[in-house]
Design a protein around this ligand. Structure first.
Ligand SMILES: [Zn+2]
Ligand SMILES: [Zn+2]
Length: 758
């Protein structure tokens, strides 16, 4: 018997090869009907034998093209008609405006095969792509997403490419960046001054320079990388010097999975992340010894590794015989990544010896994403290329809100319906370049999503650039959101929680409602508001921001708080090393309250401990001391923990670190190693936080706990606290889709603002 069914599919189903996929499936099952793009996704009608139609409905969501994401499928019965064939209908004007744009995607296996097939017409073509792979987000000027609105507009397809583009059965049907040697973009190799070097094969010439130890700026998907042979210590040192990047680890791109395995350990999740179409940088435990230069990631037991994701990367590795390249953002430290050829020459002059450029413009900068797996889940550290602009799906409908994030690791977030669109990583809003990038990102996200926000959410810190930007906008309602409340709300949002939770928000810095620097906060929070239920006792930060760069200042501050004048009699190496005159100047400053803001920061507590145990007295990048303190922990399962005192304070508690420091100083006197002390410190925090959660459960009857804030990028703390709380029958919620750190802040801000305005 003939039946006909209508099927509405929503999600990311446009620009990802969905229509050809449905066309093939319908043809295979001998079904007639139609498919068309709609505002919400696609609408399909299929007609044919009963069991064939049933099989179509079952298989449709099971065999999706790799980039499609289906959020809903609705099936209804229709009267059958005279259809005898399956047709792809043209889209109605305006319908595609609301469809979701796909992120940039790593080269697919089919295109990779063609790239190295001498018989293929795209043999060694650096811009090969299809509907399953290639650039998207970074080449879109505006929507609807078609070639005329991308940076491919200036390339007219040759007849062969056009045929593929028009053929619904072809893998390149409506692949907007479709191109070939005949008609598409070209690569050139330039010298350090931007003069084009005559080379029969610029890619091969670049690979040879890399092999010879040169630094080559390579134009990628979302910006330029500075590339250098990762196994050549002299080259890596030279890159560090030129980039003025002292200790911060570089990521490396390994030639393939087998090479990655020589440098690092990974399990199935790690392998899946390395091979995923998003191709993030994956932080993995280093294998020792390995052939990567020590200076790639000094003092760190992890390596950031990713695999080639553009055809150009694959060609470079095929032509050079290096197992890995350092691939770091093409910028000076902390500036946005360079995207334009001439901009790259101007900004990277002196950093790169050569420039491997091309004439397909990058319209939007987008750094590499950084992830790690822990506790069986993916943890985003920097959510950017490959993930953006895939929305975070929400548990509720939100009005259009623009949330502008914090100051460091800034991202912005636009909401609409059940979607929260986070921007790519914008970075630290501390220089003019980043301000511009921030404004670009706001403008671009609004225009590709066609969202005009009704509400603007921003951090309560009066001096953040994002705050000042928000306050300067007119014609829109504004809501300021406390930093740690936003952290907890972002964890609630990605886990679709409603009502109240216990929220641990641990990080370095956030503006508190009392004007002090918060950062070790336990909240009882809902989206709408929060109560500060507990926090670390305040200590002065001698010198303000200087205390962030110089952890030894926090160590002095903590010792003085807990030991007073007798700190000078402590027989521990830290005090013996200390420049007493300088330290006394600091202490006088704190006593008079000169440039010594009070803080409850968890990050500063980590800094103090790292300095005390001799790991690091000065840092060269954010959170370095805390990261190295965590890395010092060995494989021991010792669960000794330094005690924390929980002192009742009104309705809540103060977390007093005095007993912790007394025990720690004892261990220093006994000469215990930094690793052992670090572990006891971490265990002490886990124990203290678990007790605090239990006290709060007694008071509030809440059993759901959210863990958020940059400190939870510390795997030891995250996983031990999670396990401990779960053992005590709490329901524990952590971050997976957005970073626990400030990169996830904008999501929480949006939720808080929307709920406040209800
Ligand atoms: Zn492909
Ligand atoms: Zn062509």
């Amino acid at each position: 018997m003939e039946v006909r069914k209508g099927i509405e599919v929503s999600g990311i189903v446009q620009g990802v090869g969905f229509r050809p996929y449905v066309y093939r499936l319908a043809s295979e099952l001998n079904l007639a009907g139609t498919i068309a793009n709609t505002a919400a996704g696609v609408t399909i009608e299929v007609q044919g034998a009963n069991d064939a139609v049933a099989s179509f409905v079952t298989r449709l969501p099971q065999e999706l093209p790799p980039l499609a994401r289906v959020t809903a499928v609705a099936v209804r019965d229709l009267p059958s008609n005279g259809d005898r064939a399956f047709r792809i209908l043209p889209s109605r004007v305006g319908d595609e405006h609301r469809a979701l744009i796909s992120p940039d995607v790593a080269l697919c296996a089919d295109c990779l095969r063609e790239l190295f097939d001498p018989a293929d017409r795209r043999y060694r073509y650096p811009f090969i792509n299809c509907t399953n792979c290639g650039p998207r987000f970074t080449i879109v000027r505006e929507i609807p997403y078609d070639r005329a609105r991308t940076s491919m507009a200036s390339f007219r397809m040759c007849p062969a490419c056009q045929r593929e583009y028009d053929d619904p059965a072809d893998r390149r049907f409506h692949a907007q960046p479709n191109a070939c040697w005949e008609c598409g973009p070209r690569v050139e190799l330039w010298d350090g001054h931007g003069i084009c070097i005559e080379a029969a094969d610029p890619t091969r010439a670049a690979a040879e320079s890399l092999k010879a130890g040169a630094v080559v700026a390579v134009k990628g998907l979302g910006g330029f990388h500075l590339a250098a042979d990762a196994t050549n210590p002299a080259t890596v040192d030279c890159l560090r010097e030129r980039k003025r990047r002292v200790g911060k680890p570089f990521a490396i791109m390994a030639r393939d999975l087998a090479c990655a395995e020589q440098f690092c350990y990974f399990d199935d999740i790690g392998r899946a992340l390395l091979l995923s179409p998003e191709r993030p940088i994956v932080l993995l435990p280093k294998r020792q010894p390995n052939s990567v230069a020590e200076s790639v990631a000094p003092g760190i037991r992890e390596l950031g590794v990713f695999l080639p994701y553009t055809p150009l990367h694959h060609l470079l590795f095929a032509d050079g015989d290096f197992p890995a390249l350092v691939m770091t953002s093409g910028n000076l430290s902390e500036e946005p990544i360079a995207i334009d050829n001439r901009e790259a020459i101007a900004r990277l002059a002196g950093l790169a010896d050569f420039f491997l450029v091309h004439n397909r413009d990058i319209l939007l900068r987008c750094d590499d994403s950084v992830v790690r797996a822990s506790g069986g889940r993916v943890r985003q550290l920097r959510r950017s290329r490959g993930y953006v602009p895939v929305p975070v799906f929400l548990g509720e409908e939100l009005p259009p809100v623009l949330a502008v994030g914090g100051e460091l690791k800034n991202t912005i977030c636009l909401t609409k319906g059940r979607h929260a669109f986070l921007s790519q990583h914008i970075g630290d809003l501390e220089n003019l370049e980043s301000y511009r990038f921030f404004e670009e990102a706001v403008h671009h996200l609004k225009s590709i999503l066609l969202i005009e926000p009704k509400l603007l959410a921003y951090d309560a810190h009066p001096d953040y650039f994002s705050t000042r930007w928000a306050l300067a906008q007119s014609g829109v309602e504004r809501v300021d959101v406390q930093h740690h409340h936003a952290h907890v709300a972002s964890c609630m949002a990605e886990n679709h929680l409603e009502g109240k939770v216990i929220g641990f928000a641990l990080d370095g810095t956030g503006y508190g409602t009392d004007g002090h620097v918060w950062g070790g906060e336990v909240l009882v929070a809902a989206y709408r508001d929060f109560e500060r239920a507990a926090h670390f006792s305040y200590v002065p930060m001698p010198g303000g921001a200087a205390a962030i760069h110089e952890p030894w200042r926090m160590a002095v501050s903590y010792l003085s708080r807990h030991f007073g004048e007798s700190l000078w009699d402590l027989r521990i190496p830290f005090v013996e090393r200390l420049d007493r005159t300088r330290a006394e100047v600091l202490l006088r400053m704190t006593k008079r309250g000169v440039n010594s803001p009070l803080t409850s920061s968890c990050g500063r507590l980590f800094d103090a401990v790292a300095a005390l145990v001799g790991i690091r007295e000065r840092v060269t990048y954010e959170a370095q001391a805390a990261i190295e303190l965590e890395m010092a922990i060995g494989n021991s399962r010792d669960d000794t923990g330094y005690p924390l005192a929980l002192v009742p304070d009104g309705e809540g508690w103060l977390i007093d670190t005095r007993p912790m420091f007394e025990a720690l100083v004892d261990d220093l006197r006994r000469g215990l190693s930094a690793g052992v002390i670090s572990q006891s410190f971490h265990n002490g925090l886990v124990e203290g936080f678990a007790r605090l959660a239990a006290l709060l459960r007694e008071r509030t009857e809440l059993i759901r706990v959210c863990l958020s804030g940059g400190t939870f990028q510390n795997v030891y703390l995250l996983e031990h606290l999670r396990a401990r709380l779960e053992a005590e029958r709490f329901e524990v919620f952590t971050h997976s889709e957005v970073p626990a750190g400030d990169g996830g802040l904008s999501l929480g801000q949006a939720l808080v603002a929307a709920h406040r305005m209800r």
